[in-house]
Design a protein around this ligand. Structure first.
Ligand code: GCU
Length: 344
C-alpha cells in the first residue's frame, strides 16, 4: 500500500515536472494559466474507479477542458494514492493538491460547525439532505467559513450513502450487541463519541488501513455504506452487516481557494457552473452503486441483517446530538435540517 502510494506520487510529480519543463502543462498549484499553458488539476479520491464520484469527477474534467478550450483539465487519483483524507486535506489547504472528495467528519478539524451534518440520525431521508445542501441561504456561510482561514473552497456537498455497522462476530440488533466491539470510525471526535454511545469501542483511522486491521483482528468491525463494504473487500473479513442506519454523512468536493482564485475569471466561472451537474451525477449514481454493492457482497456470503432496534440506537445517541448543537450557527443548521425532514 505504502509502496503503491509512493510510486503514484512519484509518477504524479514526474508528470508535473515533465509537462512544465515542456512549457505546456503544470499539474497542481493551478499555475500556468493565461499564457497558453495547460493546467491539469490533481483531484484526490480515496475510493475506487468504479465509484460514481470518480466517474463524475472524470466527466467534470472533460467538460472543464471543453469549456476552457483545453486550458484546464482534471486528473483523478483514486484508491488513496495521494494519501488518506486526513493527510491530503492539508495539501489542499496549502495548494499542493488542487481538489479532493472528503468525508464530512474530516472537515470538523477546520471548523467544528460541520459537525451538525455528521451526527447520528439527523437526516430522515436523502431528499431532506439534498434539500438542505441545495439551499445556499443555509449552506453559504458554512462553506465560506474555511475559505479565508484555511484556503479551502467547498464546491459541493454530496450524498454519501447511509452508514451501518459491520463486524466479524455477529449480527448487531441492539446497543448491547456492540459491547467490547472495536469499531473503526472516520478521524473525528464526533465519530468516536458516537460509537461509544452506541455501545462499542471506537478506533479512528484512515480508510486504507481498515482491511488489514479487520483481517488481523485489530478491529472487530467498522461502519460504512454498502459501497465501501464491498469495493474495499471488508465483506471478506467482517461478514455481518447490520442496518443500524445511524448516519447519513455527506462527502464534500473541495478545492484549494488559492488555485481557484488563480484561474482567470471566465475559466473559474466555467468550473463553478459545472459543479451542480457533477453533484447530481454522483448522487444519482450512488444509489445504483449501493444496490449493486449489496448484491455483490451477498454473493460472497456476507449476511445482511435488518432486524435492528434503531430506536434504541437513536435514543443512545440523542445526548450527543443535543450537546453538539451548542451555538447559534449549529442551531440554525440543525433547524434547517429539521424543516427539510418535515417537508420531505
Ligand atoms: C465513505 C465516504 C468517504 C469516507 C469513507 C470513510 O466512503 O464516502 O468520504 O472517507 O466513507 O469511512 O473513510
Amino acid at each position: 500500500m505504502q509502496a503503491k502510494k509512493i510510486a503514484a506520487a512519484l509518477v504524479a510529480g514526474f508528470t508535473a515536472l515533465t509537462l512544465s519543463a515542456c512549457g505546456n502543462g503544470i499539474a497542481g498549484g493551478g499555475s500556468g494559466s493565461g499564457d497558453g499553458a495547460k493546467t491539469t488539476f490533481r483531484l484526490a479520491f480515496n475510493q475506487t474507479e468504479q465509484h460514481p464520484q470518480f466517474k463524475a469527477a472524470e466527466e467534470l474534467g472533460k467538460k472543464l477542458e471543453e469549456a476552457t478550450d483545453g486550458r484546464y483539465s482534471i486528473e483523478v487519483f483514486a484508491n488513496e494514492t495521494l494519501g488518506s483524507q486526513n493527510e491530503v486535506v492539508q495539501n489542499v489547504s496549502d495548494g499542493t493538491v488542487d481538489m479532493m472528495y472528503i468525508g464530512g467528519p474530516v472537515l470538523e478539524s477546520f471548523n467544528q460547525d460541520f459537525i451538525v451534518f455528521n451526527l447520528p440520525y439527523v437526516f430522515d431521508s436523502q431528499k431532506a439532505q439534498a434539500k438542505v445542501f441545495a439551499d445556499d441561504a443555509v449552506m453559504g456561510d458554512l462553506k465560506a467559513s474555511i475559505e479565508g482561514s484555511k484556503k479551502i473552497t467547498v464546491l459541493g456537498a454530496l450524498h454519501a450513502g447511509i452508514r451501518n455497522v459491520y463486524n466479524a462476530k455477529q449480527p448487531i440488533k441492539s446497543p448491547a450487541d456492540m459491547a467490547n466491539l472495536k469499531i473503526r470510525v472516520q478521524q473525528s471526535d464526533s465519530q468516536v463519541a458516537m460509537i461509544k454511545d452506541m455501545g462499542g469501542v471506537a478506533s479512528p483511522m484512515g480508510q486504507g488501513e481498515v482491511y488489514t486491521a479487520l483481517q488481523s483482528g485489530v478491529l472487530d468491525g467498522a461502519e460504512n455504506n454498502e459501497t465501501v463494504y464491498n469495493s474495499l473487500k471488508h465483506d471478506e473479513v467482517a461478514k455481518y452487516y447490520s442496518y443500524t442506519r445511524h448516519l447519513m454523512i455527506p462527502d464534500y468536493l473541495i478545492m484549494s481557494s488559492t488555485v481557484l482564485e488563480g484561474m482567470p475569471e471566465a475559466d473559474r466561472k466555467a468550473l463553478l457552473d459545472l459543479i451542480p451537474a457533477t453533484v447530481e451525477s454522483a448522487n444519482t449514481g450512488f444509489l445504483e452503486f449501493a444496490a449493486e454493492s449489496k448484491k455483490a457482497s451477498e454473493a460472497t456470503g456476507a449476511v445482511f441483517n435488518d432486524d435492528v432496534d434503531t430506536a434504541a440506537f437513536k435514543a443512545a445517541t440523542a445526548d450527543l446530538v443535543k450537546s453538539s448543537i451548542n451555538n447559534p450557527v449549529r442551531q440554525a443548521l440543525y433547524d434547517a435540517v429539521q424543516k427539510a425532514n418535515a417537508e420531505s
